[in-house]
Write a protein that binds this ligand. Structure first.
Ligand code: PMP
Length: 279
């Protein structure tokens, strides 16, 4: 049976319920995090908690959970669910239940929820396909908001269109990110990824990939990536905590490079896999 954490208690999933007046339900007034667990260990926990704090302050929601409190809640959750292999932890915090009104006040009790979720298990080693789509989302994409309807519609559109796994998004002619991932390209032997801004989520995997490439001596440029450059790229990768680094081998039905995972991906992915096992 799956045990979840809800508002201070560890309970079976079937018993975990929230009010229909929860502002997460009525207004998507909440934020979330997904933290990968490798070999039973939370990966990059401080970085994920920092991003959760930023998301909470981005919606002016104060929560009295510090790093130690989260660590003890999540360790207990993994323990109760006997997680010893690879998994993920999903955290959701909403502004809590209150009479339905767009205006909010201080003093609500936030709803705090966490559960273990299996890793996607998608084998990306042969590459995945993606489509390119206009970024139809709002201007606060740096906040990991639970208001994911545009992302849901974009991903479903990608799947329905040609069985693609991801929609790579572009705004004003420049790549922002994927509907649930960050984007890297290899062009003229340099790795490039769009710089952090309000138009994309600061991915924890993205940051690690930038760091690993930096340490290996090869530059990873955090620069705007034009749609035109995406279309000319020798390699395209998407990154996320659940997928790792996935090579995109088809974009809108056309092969990327020679249509196979590229050598720079292979090298970077080897470093990433090694880092995962040693940290
Ligand atoms: N962008 C979006 C929109 C996402 O949903 C995700 C996945 N959480 C990412 C980027 C990748 O972030 P991370 O590497 O922290 O999983």
């Amino acid at each position: 049976m799956s045990t979840v954490y809800l508002n201070g208690r560890f309970i079976p999933l079937e018993q975990a319920t929230v009010s229909v007046l929860d502002r997460g339900f009525n207004f998507a007034d909440g934020v979330y995090e997904i933290i990968p667990v490798f070999l039973g260990k939370l990966f990059r926990l401080p970085e994920h908690l920092k991003r959760l704090d930023n998301s909470l302050s981005g919606i002016s929601l104060s929560l009295d959970y510090d790093g130690r409190k989260w660590r003890s809640v999540l360790d207990e959750l993994l323990n109760l669910n006997r997680v010893s292999g690879d998994s993920t932890v999903y955290i959701q915090v909403t502004r809590g239940a209150a009479e339905r009104n767009h205006f909010y006040q201080s003093g609500y009790t936030p709803t705090v929820f966490a559960m273990c979720k299996p890793l996607s298990g998608l084998d990306v080693s042969m590459g995945i396909s993606a489509i390119l789509h206009e970024d139809i989302r709002w201007e606060y994409c740096n906040i990991k908001s639970v208001a994911l309807l545009p992302n849901v519609l974009l991903k479903q559109y990608a799947r329905d269109k040609d069985g693609s796994h991801e929609a790579i998004l572009s705004r004003d002619g420049y790549v922002t990110e994927g509907a649930s991932s960050n984007v890297f390209i290899v062009l003229d032997n340099t790795v490039r990824t769009p710089p952090k801004s309000n138009r994309l989520l600061p991915g924890i995997t993205r940051d690690l990939v930038v760091e690993l490439i930096g340490k290996s001596g090869g530059p990873c440029l955090e620069v705007p990536v034009a749609e035109k450059e995406l279309l000319q790229a020798d390699e395209i990768w998407i990154t996320s905590s659940t997928l790792g680094i996935a090579p995109v081998v088809r974009l809108d039905g056309r092969p990327v490079g020679d249509g196979k995972p590229g050598p720079v991906w292979r090298d970077t992915n080897d470093r990433y896999q090694a880092f995962k096992t040693n940290n």
